[in-house]
Design a protein around this ligand. Structure first.
Ligand code: GLU
Length: 483
């Protein structure tokens, strides 16, 4: 696969939120293209006019861009086979349909929904696989005209060869073969003139010179029909790779029950694009058993369809969190502020614009909190005491406040703070030590009252660092009002 003639595409139907599974399909195609210095195409499959929306298309494009998967050809950027929205390519499909009808490879079918259902029921009752019964296969001109006169609107069906193995070598699943007798003549154009998915996809993939089709396993059963269309139109068949389902941790198909399923939700929760990309790559691909962290460059360099597993991939949120934590750790304080700021604004702790003083406070705060954050939105639960004076609610903390040593510690520390010229973390640390020396109170009884005064709880980040961010006045207020 080391050649630059690789042409792959991602062909989403813009019918709803951009699912994690779609992003994974896009990624495998994109990685193959980048690895081979090939071309990545973005085509929008919007022939389901009732369900397709521009909003969804925009959402998919924004998510791809956010993840860094830019496309070389396709919607918005153009290319040699524009347009790249199927709803704008109807004339192209029509030409091929005319050709198939003229060659007798396809025919008009006037059967109604009811008639088709009845035939289906009959076949099922007889224990057969239901396929089209062929009633319109050999209509005369007069018969067709009579149907038209009744007001029937025809679909167009492709003749499917009988007793033929529809076989291909799948990059993931190996040799796959379907019996054409289980397929039957199938519809390629609906009665409203719209091409069905299988038809549009083949014409587009062939005309766009797609060499490798990597897509979800759920499309495996569509592939025999697509092979019949490739043959009828005399197009070269690309290589297929059907990647496995994504399952939840309970090994059931991933769904909303398992938590967030769309790329947008993860973006909104403050996951980093490079972490999500790394995680998505591991949903089915792994070069070795041990490695988990891959930069985009490493993914591009090492990606190969040979290491894509046919076993289902399991979506493990703990693993995503762990990977995201790893990438968050590498962020500079200003970058970490940028990732967490939307959540601080949403929580009402910060309002824009952020001036230099506030920016400084935020940078110090994220440094103190970074060990607690798997993803950006978690800042909300940890940042509160930096913006809101705490109430001591939990029992453990209340019990600590009732200790007789507590008042001594709070008063002694407040005295040190009052005297201090600067209240940075180093000074405060020294002040705590001095209080220990003076009062002989140490350990939990020394630190916990201070932390409770500052944050309302017993456990949390370094108390001196927290105090330094609060500043002298605020510390004094909290020390004096801690009850
Ligand atoms: N529009 C199809 C989908 O979103 C594309 C499938 C394919 O890649 O062929 O599922």
């Amino acid at each position: 696969m080391e050649n630059n003639n690789v042409r792959v595409r991602f062909a989403p139907s813009p019918t709803g939120p951009f699912h994690i599974g779609g992003a994974r399909s896009a990624l495998f195609n994109w990685l193959l293209a980048k690895h081979s210095q090939g071309t990545f195409i973005l085509r929008i499959e919007d022939t389901d006019t009732a369900r397709s929306t521009r909003e969804s298309e925009e959402n998919i494009k924004a998510a791809l861009q956010w993840l860094g998967m830019n496309w070389d050809e396709g919607v918005d950027v153009g290319g040699s086979d524009a347009p790249y929205r199927q709803s704008e390519r109807l004339d192209i499909y029509r030409q091929y349909t005319e050709e198939l009808l003229a060659k007798g490879e396809a025919y008009r079918c006037y059967c109604t929904e009811e008639e088709l259902n009845a035939s289906r029921e009959e076949q099922l009752a007889a224990g057969k696989t239901p396929i089209y019964n062929g009633r319109c296969r050999h209509l005369t001109r007069e018969q067709e005209e009579a149907f038209l006169a009744e007001g029937r609107k025809p679909t167009i069906r492709l003749r499917c060869p009988e007793n033929t193995a529809l076989a291909f070598d799948d990059m993931v699943r190996g040799h796959v073969s379907f019996d054409s007798n289980g397929v039957g003549d199938f519809i390629i154009v609906k009665s409203d003139g719209m091409p069905v998915y299988n038809y549009g996809v083949v014409i587009d993939d062939a005309r766009m010179g797609v060499t490798h089709v990597i897509r979800a396993e759920e499309h495996l059963s569509n592939t025999p029909r697509q092979l019949v269309i490739y043959r009828a139109l005399g197009f070269a068949v690309p290589k297929f790779g059907h990647i496995s389902l994504i399952l939840g941790k309970d090994h059931k198909k991933m769904s909303k029950r398992h938590g967030a399923t769309s790329v947008d939700q993860y973006r909104q929760m403050g996951y980093l694009p490079e972490a999500l990309l790394n995680f998505l790559a591991l949903l089915g691909w792994s070069p070795t058993d041990e490695e988990e962290i891959f930069s985009v460059e490493e993914l591009i360099q090492r990606f190969s369809m040979d290491h894509v597993s046919k076993n289902p991939a399991v979506f493990d949120i703990d693993k995503l969190n762990w990977i995201n934590f790893h990438y968050m750790k590498q962020l500079s304080a200003p970058d970490l502020v940028a990732v967490t700021l939307p959540h601080l604004i949403e929580a009402g702790y910060v309002t824009e614009p952020v001036d230099a003083k506030l920016q400084e406070k935020l940078e110090a705060m994220v440094e103190v909190l970074r060990d607690y954050l798997y993803f950006g939105a978690q800042i909300r639960e940890h940042a509160k005491p930096f913006f809101v004076r705490p109430e001591v609610a939990d029992e453990e903390a209340r019990a600590m406040l009732a200790e007789e040593t507590t008042a001594t510690v709070l008063a002694a520390f407040a005295a040190k703070v009052r005297e201090a010229e600067v209240a940075d973390a180093v000074t405060l640390r020294a002040a705590i030590k001095a209080v220990q020396k003076e009062t002989k109170i140490k350990g939990k009884n020394l630190y916990a009252p201070l932390r409770i005064a500052f944050t309302g709880v017993m456990h949390g980040p370094d108390v001196a660092a927290v105090g330094a961010i609060l500043g002298k006045e605020e510390m004094l207020w909290r020390l004096e009002h801690c009850k």
